[in-house]
Design a protein around this ligand. Structure first.
Ligand SMILES: Cc1ncc(COP(=O)(O)O)c(C=O)c1O
Length: 399
């Protein structure tokens, strides 16, 4: 039988990520001790009170029905969290929508808002669901370059010189994955003015809102005056509370956009298992010391890895935020041709067992970089840096 494939699914790539998964499997099958720094899935447990809430609620036989739109208490806890952490006020009933992880909302937003003649500005490099969501919706994709010389922020002035008449949505992500940049207030103020002037909805992905280092504070787009007129912001319990497998997150902001996304989702899923929602409430209401400890852990991991890579002669920039390092591939003087992202990642994995993600998995402008995730204990990160040191030494000797 000839199984058909829709044009939309045909556009969804699996390429580099499945190749990487295959290489990791092969390395493990050969008995190699793989240090997997390729996926942003937290290795740390959720706070004890979150686990306790989950266990207690699972024992309650009345919590196994469909939950549909999510518990009002969850929406209130998310609204309170936003006020406490980012000084943002939202109406829990109308300006917050629970999601099965922020991925759920990011995957469906373009479908809720757009038609085939509409276009979306998507960061390049960017987290893959942004591009995929545009293909799923059937709308047009316009890549939006993030350049180092511009602090990895989009150049709004040069965008304004283009024909933006079809652009209805723009997707952004600060602190970013894979590019670990932060946005500043001036940029966000300019962004809100740009969006209002051109009538463009802004979807800001704030999944790494709490993983900000060196005493800096996270900045919510919704804290900018006028942002709620044009924007929604996605957030998640996956990274902030180490609950990635629980699949729980939320989106906040413009009530009309939230309503449309809610309407679409009401046809797709019937809500999150109630004990997970109750564990999510415990997380959102937990003490800030939980978050302070998490930041400290990731900051120490970053220092260990970056310190080790600097000793190996690889001058990788210090990430200011997130659980990643966005590392330009070393250009070894005298090497015949520079490594591509793919060659570097696969050579490194095959010879050392250290798995990192090729930068071009996040778009063409990710070429020349690899993304390294801080998802192993410090001792394993030090071990990874030592193996990378040997790998680079051997490459230098072989050139
Ligand atoms: C930038 C970014 N956004 C969104 C997500 C999705 O997170 P979740 O669906 O677990 O909330 C991730 C996951 O890695 C991410 O890195």
């Amino acid at each position: 039988m000839n199984v058909p494939v829709s044009r939309r699914v045909h556009q969804l790539t699996t390429g580099i990520f499945s190749e990487l998964a295959e290489k990791k499997r092969a390395a493990k099958a050969l008995g190699q001790d793989v240090i997997d720094l390729s996926i942003g899935s937290p290795d740390l447990p959720p706070p004890a009170e979150v686990q306790k809430a989950l266990v207690e609620n699972v024992k309650d036989g009345s919590q196994f029905g469909y939950t549909l739109r999510g518990l009002p208490e969850f929406h209130e806890a998310a609204a309170d969290f936003y006020y406490r952490r980012y000084g943002v006020q939202v109406m829990a009933e109308t300006e917050v929508l629970q999601l099965m992880g922020s991925q759920d909302g990011l995957a469906h937003l373009a479908t809720a808002l757009l038609n085939p003649e509409d276009a979306v500005l998507v960061p390049n490099p960017g987290y893959p669901i942004y591009e995929a969501s545009v293909h799923i919706s059937g709308a047009q994709l316009i890549p939006m370059p993030l350049q180092k010389e511009n602090g990895f922020l989009p150049d709004l002035k040069s965008l304004a010189e283009q024909d933006l008449s079809r652009v209805k949505l723009m997707i952004l992500n600060y602190p970013g994955n894979p590019v670990t940049a932060l946005a500043n207030r001036e940029f966000f103020v300019e962004l809100v003015a740009f969006a209002r002037r051109h009538n463009i909805v802004v979807a800001h992905d704030f999944a790494y809102s709490e993983l900000v280092f060196d005493g800096k504070r996270p900045l919510s787009l919704l804290s900018i005056p006028g942002a709620k007129e044009v924007a929604v912001e996605f957030n998640s319990l996956s990274k902030t509370f180490n609950m990635a497998g629980c699949r729980i997150g939320y989106v906040m902001g413009n009530q009309h956009i939230i309503g449309l996304l809610g309407r679409l989702k009401s046809h797709i899923d019937y809500g999150i298992f109630e004990p997970i929602q109750r564990a999510g409430i415990a997380a959102l209401r937990s003490s800030h010391t939980v978050l302070d400890r998490l930041v400290q852990q990731y900051e120490q991991r970053r220092n260990t890895l970056i310190g080790g890579l600097h000793e190996a002669g690889w001058p990788v920039p210090r990430s200011e935020a997130t659980m990643f390092v966005w590392a330009p591939i070393p250009n070894l003087v005298g090497r015949q041709a520079p490594w591509t992202s793919r060659e570097f990642s696969f050579d490194l994995l095959e010879t050392t067992g250290v798995a990192v993600t090729p930068g071009n998995a996040f778009g063409s402008l990710g070429e020349g970089y690899v993304r390294i995730a801080l998802v192993q204990p410090e001792q394993r990160l030090a071990e990874a840096a030592a193996r990378i040191n040997l790998f680079l030494d051997r490459a230098r000797a072989a050139k």
